[in-house]
Design a protein around this ligand. Structure first.
Ligand SMILES: [Zn+2]
Ligand SMILES: [Zn+2]
Length: 57
Protein backbone atom coordinates (compact mmCIF):
# COMPACT_ATOMS: atom_id res chain seq x y z
CA UNK A 1 0.00 0.00 0.00
CA UNK A 2 1.39 3.38 -0.97
CA UNK A 3 1.07 6.56 1.01
CA UNK A 4 1.02 9.51 -1.31
CA UNK A 5 -0.08 12.32 0.91
CA UNK A 6 0.60 13.48 4.43
CA UNK A 7 -1.94 12.52 7.05
CA UNK A 8 -1.45 15.85 8.78
CA UNK A 9 -1.39 18.45 6.02
CA UNK A 10 -2.16 16.52 2.84
CA UNK A 11 1.12 17.52 1.24
CA UNK A 12 2.82 15.05 -1.03
CA UNK A 13 5.08 12.62 0.80
CA UNK A 14 8.65 11.98 -0.21
CA UNK A 15 10.63 8.78 0.13
CA UNK A 16 12.74 8.73 3.26
CA UNK A 17 14.16 5.23 3.17
CA UNK A 18 14.08 2.27 0.85
CA UNK A 19 14.09 -1.40 1.69
CA UNK A 20 17.66 -2.67 1.38
CA UNK A 21 16.45 -5.96 -0.06
CA UNK A 22 13.76 -5.15 -2.62
CA UNK A 23 14.60 -1.45 -3.01
CA UNK A 24 10.99 -0.36 -2.57
CA UNK A 25 10.26 2.73 -0.55
CA UNK A 26 9.32 1.72 2.97
CA UNK A 27 9.29 5.04 4.79
CA UNK A 28 8.04 8.46 3.77
CA UNK A 29 8.26 11.97 5.11
CA UNK A 30 6.53 15.25 4.55
CA UNK A 31 8.68 18.25 3.68
CA UNK A 32 5.88 20.58 4.64
CA UNK A 33 5.31 19.65 8.27
CA UNK A 34 8.04 17.12 8.94
CA UNK A 35 5.66 14.23 9.43
CA UNK A 36 7.42 10.88 9.24
CA UNK A 37 5.53 7.68 8.54
CA UNK A 38 6.28 4.43 10.29
CA UNK A 39 8.79 2.25 8.56
CA UNK A 40 7.07 -0.59 6.78
CA UNK A 41 8.69 -3.94 7.36
CA UNK A 42 8.56 -6.50 4.59
CA UNK A 43 8.52 -9.87 6.30
CA UNK A 44 9.76 -11.56 3.16
CA UNK A 45 12.74 -9.22 2.97
CA UNK A 46 13.39 -9.58 6.68
CA UNK A 47 13.72 -13.34 6.21
CA UNK A 48 16.12 -12.88 3.30
CA UNK A 49 18.13 -10.44 5.37
CA UNK A 50 18.36 -12.95 8.20
CA UNK A 51 19.49 -15.66 5.80
CA UNK A 52 22.18 -13.39 4.43
CA UNK A 53 23.53 -12.54 7.86
CA UNK A 54 23.66 -16.21 8.77
CA UNK A 55 25.73 -17.03 5.74
CA UNK A 56 29.03 -15.37 6.51
CA UNK A 57 29.85 -15.27 2.87
ZN1 LIG B 1 11.51 -5.19 0.90
ZN1 LIG C 1 2.63 17.24 6.19
Amino acid sequence: MKQDSCRRCGHELEVNTKCKICNEANQFFCHECGYLTEEQIHFKCMMINMDNSLLSN
